[in-house]
Every structure is written in C-alpha cells, then in structure tokens.
Design a protein around this ligand. Sequence first.
Ligand SMILES: NC(=O)N[C@@H](CC(=O)O)C(=O)O
Ligand SMILES: [Zn+2]
Length: 439
Amino acid sequence: MRGHNDLLVTGAAVLGGERADVLVRGGLVVAVGPEATADTAGSGTDVERVDADGLVLLPGFVDLHTHLREPGREDAETVRSGSAAAAAGGFTAILAMANTTPVTDTGEAAEHVLDLGVAAGLADVRPIGAVTKGLQGVELAELGMMHRSRARVRVFSDDGRCVHDSRVMRRALEYVRAFDAVVSQHAQDPALAGPSACCHEGEISGRLGLTGWPAVAESSIIARDAELALHTGSRVHVAHVTTAEGVEAVRWAKRRGARITAEVTPHHLLLTTDLLRSYDPVYKVNPPLRPQEDVDALREALVDGTIDAVATDHAPHARHDKEHAFPDAAFGMLGLETAFSVVHDVMVASGRMDWAMLIERMSTGPARIAGLADHGQTIRPGSPANLVLVDPGAEVTVDPGASLSLSRNTPFAGRTLTGRVRTTILNGRITAADGEVRP
Ligand SMILES: NC(=O)N[C@@H](CC(=O)O)C(=O)O
Ligand SMILES: [Zn+2]
C-alpha cells in the first residue's frame, strides 16, 4: 500500500450541507471545520491541499454489482482496470460478481480476488461468492468456507443466472442465515425468459423480431424469493430490478415484513426499449431496457425506498464479443465511471432526490446490505477517509475512449450529463482525480 500523506480538503459542501474544511491523516478523517488546518496535521508532515471550492464532499460510493472478469476474461477487464474505473467513478468499495472463469465458488477463489484487489489498491474489492457450484444452480457452493475465508464473503449470487430451483434457493437461504449473509438474486425465470430473451416483451420485440423478456419472468421470481425469505427468516437482495411489476413485488414483500432489499442500475433509470430500434448491440443487456413507464416506476421506487440502492452491473465486454448482430452480441454495459453522473442528472438535478438520499442510495445503503462495517459513511473525526468530491454543476459528455475500463461498451457514449466526479479518496489516499488514477 502506498504511503499516506495528509490531505486538507478545503471549502467543500460536506455531505451536501455546509462548507467546511476537512483534514485527513493516516487514512482517517481527523478534523472537520475550523480545527481542520494544516498545522493541526502535526509539524513536518506534508499536507496535500485539495481545493474543493464549489464541490460537494460525499462518502465514497459502494457498488453491490460489479463484473471484474478476472480470473478468466482479462481481455474484457481485470481487477486492476475495473478498480481504476471504479475509482474514476467515485467508488471506494466494489463487490465483484462470481461469474468469472473459474467461478468464485470456493474459499481459495474468493481469497484470490480479494488479493488481486489489494494489489491493485484502487478500491476495496470484496468478492461475491457463487450460491451454487459453477453457477449450475444444482449443488450449493462452499458458502461457509467462503464466509470463513480471508475474503469474509457476506454476499452470495449466481448473477448472470437465476437460482430458479426453489429447493436450492431455500437451502441456500437456510444455510446463510447462520452468518446473516444475503443472497443477491438475478430474478429471471428461465422458463419465461430463456437465454435468447433480449428485448422487453411487447410491441417493439414483436416488431424487431427479438425474443421477448416479459416482466413476469422477474416479478414471479421476486415474489417466490420473498416467500422463501419470510419462510427462512433470511435476507434476500434483488439484483437489477427493471419493471413496475418487479417494484410492486418488492413493495408487497416489504409490507409483509420480508427481509428483502433491492437495487436498480443507472442504465435502467434512464434508457428505454426504443433504443433497440437501432439494433446497436451496446443496448443489449440482461435484464433488458424497459419502456418509459417502467423507468418511471423505478425512479419513484428509488425515492420512496422500495429500492434501497443504485448498483452499476458494470459488465465489460471485449470488442470481439460485443460487436455482433444484436441477438448474437454479449449482454451487458459498462457502468462504474458514469453511474454518479447518470444518477445525479436524472435524480438530483431534476429535484427528485437530495444529497442525503443520494448518499443513502449510493453509499450507506449498499454498504449496509453488503455488511461492510463502517466504510466511512459519516464524515466526522475518526471515520475512515473513504470520500469522493463531486462537481454538481459540471457537464460531462461521455467519451468511451477516455474510459479506464479495458472495454468500451458504454451505452451513454456522446450523451451529456450534469454532475462529474472530481477526486476519489480511499483510506486517506487519492486514487483518482478528474478521471485519471493516481499511479
Ligand atoms: N447484465 C448483463 O447483461 N450481463 C452480466 C450478467 C448479469 O448481470 O446478468 C455480465 O456478467 O455480463
Ligand atoms: Zn444479472
């Protein structure tokens, strides 16, 4: 780990509130307000001043749903390149999905990803463990061994696949209850939306001749998992909710007292099915983009708390996997570097959400769901200095070529958004500034 120097962040609106100076030393916030001055840093230390005039200081973002591709598809992303993209996007912690090659379904595999994250040193990389061996949906993976490993796995997911066998899902939930872990479900009933389903089932899928992906394939799994959560007393998290029916199922489950949480991706908060008329494979994602009424339902649910978190589902794909005719292209979109700008533009600049709610949805909430102990969600003396400076007034025009990901499959290319990440600080050390990582 590179050494720390002290940081004196001056003039930012802390947590979107009052302007104050913040002093960071040894990886911790040590002072906020008038006592945060260079000489409180202790004589002789090299204090780096960060002029944050006009910026907002937030706790670092936490991503519950990142695909880093390593081991196995280092042509699409590596833990280091994904961590760099995360840092550029204001993330200080990211949970890495298990659909790697080999699958992260053993303690050793989880420790390997953890160690790669530490070596990269650009974000706190926490491996997610597979629910079933090889993501086959049949035999439970070594859930206990992954939890007891150095990786301390607290989130399990077969993402990319749905744990659709109810008996397997029930046993997984009963097993993880012992250590209060959570199962993050990719809610897609394969009997209703099979592997070729790639377009929201409706008028457009018919017109474009694309296999439909009906909302009920998502909502029926959410409802079943809610019942299993009630039956077992365990925690279920719903990955990338995309439909009004899925939102309603989560709302119903919460009303019944199920221990259920849910996430939404930035792309499902902004983009709609009609983009598929272009047949541009960059818009091929699983679950698919939905019509405007679903987008509106997701925005409402993110504000009323039915949806607890934003999660990127950052899904890098190498050019040779993505640039095919639409139905043959790989599923997935980049998301780490654009997440804040999209959420700020759609939800904060529009007045739907204030800074306190953005902090809850992009940092505090996901950290709580992931079981991350105090990752630094409150900016006060003694808390870990995992922070991000954002510029609410700056416009960003998304340039795929500027991405730190090894891949280029962003669906926001050329789009202008308000709100830019300026500087990211991980354990008191600047990891990225203006889209470039600190070496
Ligand atoms: N979202 C996607 O379209 N693809 C994800 C898998 C997933 O999240 O379902 C991937 O790993 O590429
Ligand atoms: Zn998924």
